[in-house]
Design a protein around this ligand. Structure first.
Ligand SMILES: [Zn+2]
Ligand SMILES: [Zn+2]
Ligand SMILES: [Zn+2]
Length: 252
C-alpha cells in the first residue's frame, strides 16, 4: 500500500496569506504546505480529509480515481473541499463513499446542505454516507481502525491501517487509545509549533509522544509557519523523527 502526503499544513496552510516571515517566503518546496490530507492507495483509493485544497491536491497528485473519503473531524480545514468530488462522480458515474462519525455527518449535512435535499439540483456531488464508530471498518481490503484523540474538548478520529497510524489534530490521547497505536512501525502525528497551543501538540509534545509510542519512523504533519523552516527544524529532531512534506510517499 502507498501513502502520499497531499498536504502537511495547519488550517491556514503555509505560506500564510500576506505573511512575510522566513518560512512563508522560503524557496524550499518543503515549506509549501497545503492543508493536511493523505492519499491511501491499496485495492481501493481513499483520501483522508478533503480540506480547502482538495481540488488542487487531486490535480497535483494526478489522482485518476477515488473510491472513498474518510473524515477525521468537521473543522473547515478538513472538509471544505468536499464539493469537488463531483469530478470523480462524473468520471466514474457513481457516488463516492464518505465515512464519518455521526457528529461529523451532521456538520457535513449543514455545510453541504444542497447535497442532501430531496429535490436535487443537477450536477451536485453524490455521496453514500457511512458511519464511523469505534469499531474497525473495511474499504475494500483496507482495514481502518479508528483511534479517538482529543482536540481540546472535541473528540476527533485518527486511523490505524496495518502498522501505519495517522493522527492530525491531537492535544491529548488516553492510555487506552495509546494501546491501539502502540506497535505501529510508522506514526504520523501533528506538531503545530513550538509555542503552547490549546488544541494541538507542540513540537516538544509531539516528540515526547513519538518516543512514548516508539515507532520505527515518525512523521510530523499539520505544521504551522510558526514552527520554522523545514531544513532548520529537521536538524533539531531525534533520530527516526522527521517532518513530513507535501508529496512525500511511504510504502506500508
Ligand atoms: Zn486541522
Ligand atoms: Zn509566515
Ligand atoms: Zn481541527
Amino acid at each position: 500500500m502507498t501513502i502520499t502526503f497531499l498536504g502537511t499544513g495547519t488550517s491556514q496552510g503555509v505560506p500564510v496569506i500576506a505573511c512575510g516571515c522566513e518560512v512563508c517566503t522560503s524557496s524550499d518546496k518543503r515549506d509549501k504546505r497545503l492543508r493536511s490530507s493523505i492519499l491511501v492507495e491499496g485495492d481501493k483509493t481513499v483520501v483522508i480529509d478533503s480540506g480547502p485544497d482538495f481540488r488542487y491536491q487531486m490535480l497535483r497528485a494526478n489522482v485518476q480515481h477515488l473510491d472513498a473519503l474518510v473524515f477525521t473531524h468537521e473543522h473547515k480545514d478538513h472538509v471544505a473541499g468536499m464539493d469537488d468530488i463531483r469530478a470523480f462522480n462524473y468520471k466514474q458515474n457513481s457516488p463516492i463513499d464518505v465515512w464519518a462519525e455521526e457528529r461529523v455527518q451532521a456538520a457535513i449535512k449543514r455545510e453541504f446542505h444542497y447535497i442532501f435535499t430531496e429535490f436535487k439540483y443537477p450536477g451536485i456531488p453524490q455521496v453514500n454516507l457511512n458511519t464511523i464508530t469505534n469499531e474497525p471498518f473495511l474499504i475494500g481490503d483496507i482495514k481502518f481502525t479508528p483511534i479517538e484523540v482529543m482536540h481540546y474538548k472535541l473528540p476527533v478520529k485518527g486511523f490505524r491501517i496495518n502498522n501505519f497510524t495517522y493522527i492530525t489534530d491531537a492535544k491529548t490521547i488516553s492510555d487506552s487509545e495509546k494501546e491501539l497505536i502502540k506497535g505501529s512501525s510508522i506514526l504520523v502525528i501533528n506538531a503545530l509549533q513550538k509555542q503552547t497551543h490549546i488544541s494541538h501538540f507542540t513540537l516538544e509534545e509531539a516528540i515526547a509522544f513519538a518516543q512514548e509510542i516508539g515507532a520505527e519512523r515518525t512523521y510530523f504533519t499539520h505544521i504551522s509557519h510558526r514552527l520554522g523552516r523545514h531544513e532548520d527544524i529537521s536538524k533539531e529532531l531525534p533520530l527516526g523523527i522527521e517532518l513530513a512534506y507535501d508529496g512525500l510517499k511511504l510504502e506500508i
